[in-house]
Ligand binder design. Structure first.
Ligand code: ZN
Length: 330
């Protein structure tokens, strides 16, 4: 291994990528889903109510879910769960160990305005991001491969501005790429890019997420002209944007020359406790009980793309070459 590839204090010195099972060469990523989740379960509720969630049952369920995804040819899941949405590094590691799936974890804080954020300085937020990046996550020696930040319907509020700045600063210091949660309705992807540009981040290491929820070509092209990647990353979530419209927009963007800046993914979670989702209703069910899961793209989107004239080589550009170029960027 060359010196250039040496890992030093959590920083990427060459083309080696942090997974929950250590560093791997970027060439080994293979078919990669860039915005996925394995688990989002609130830590306060887990600690307060044993009925809320059962870790052991979940691991069996998620391992089966992820095993089926690997069987379809997916090699890597980028797990974009931020700290305050119930990130659990042990669950990611155990599912990766059981299935052989390469899982890339993230550091970062969600847009939700947690009480501890009020009055907190950008420097303090940065300190905790750097602890994850340099020391490891949750007391393990597992390092994040991505910095995740988020802006939602409220837009760039005062607290959100601090969060974006701290995350951008962490990216500048660590060299890690950035993935975001954004909301097209207030064009917050553009506002996020403006902060990242202030910090001099390389746009080729930025993935603005959830852009596939809109078919507004003007907004999407404005983002793409800034040089970043955009996530068409909720395939299967028909309520936010139906499949046919998502595919039409993808085809239009490719026709206009942006194929190499698009990432397709699901934003699916093997188990999430938001709203009415309860573990007691999920335990014992089949991971394919609903159509929307980590396999939706392979089952429903790729056949449609082939029908629309895509070649296998073009599908490989979306699922293999774009993620590899994103993580390889220095
Ligand atoms: Zn997500």
């Amino acid at each position: 291994m060359s010196l250039q590839m040496k890992h030093k204090k959590g920083r990427i010195m060459g083309k080696l990528i942090h997974t929950v099972n250590g560093l791997i060469p970027v060439e080994q990523l293979g078919v990669t889903l860039m915005h996925e989740h394995i688990l989002q379960a609130n830590w306060s509720m887990r600690q307060s109510f044993p009925q809320w969630f059962c870790y052991d049952e979940f691991i069996d369920y998620a391992a089966e879910d992820v095993r089926r995804t690997k069987e379809l040819g997916v090699c890597t899941l980028v797990e974009q769960t931020p700290v305050c949405l119930g990130r659990d590094i042990h669950a990611m590691k155990e599912v990766a160990d059981r299935t052989g799936m390469q899982v890339i974890a993230s550091t970062g804080f969600f847009h939700t305005e947690n009480q501890w954020l009020y009055g907190r300085s950008t420097g303090s937020i940065l300190k905790y991001l750097m602890l994850d990046i340099e020391e490891g996550i949750q007391g393990t020696d597992i390092h994040p491969g991505l910095i995740k930040c988020a802006t939602d319907t409220a837009g760039v509020t005062e607290i959100n501005r601090k969060l974006l700045s701290a995350h951008a600063d962490a990216a500048r210091r660590s060299g890690l790429p950035v993935g975001t949660h954004s909301y097209y309705g207030n064009r917050s992807g553009i506002a996020q890019m403006e902060v990242f540009e202030e910090y001099g981040l390389n746009p080729r290491k930025i993935l603005i997420g959830h852009c596939g929820d809109t078919n507004d070509m003007e907004y999407l092209e404005e983002l793409l002209r800034r040089g970043c990647y955009i996530g068409l990353d909720r395939f299967g979530d028909d309520a936010k944007n139906p499949l046919e419209d998502r595919v039409d927009t993808l085809v239009k963007l490719c026709d206009r020359g942006y194929m190499d800046q698009l990432m397709i993914s699901h934003d699916y979670v093997s188990f999430v406790d938001i709203g009415d989702f309860e573990w007691c209703n999920v335990r014992g069910t089949d991971p394919d009980a609903a159509q929307y899961n980590h396999r939706y793209i392979h089952r429903f989107v790729l056949p449609l793309l082939l029908e629309r004239g895509f070649t296998q080589a073009e599908i490989d550009r979306l699922l293999i070459e774009n993620p590899r170029r994103f993580f390889a960027e220095m």
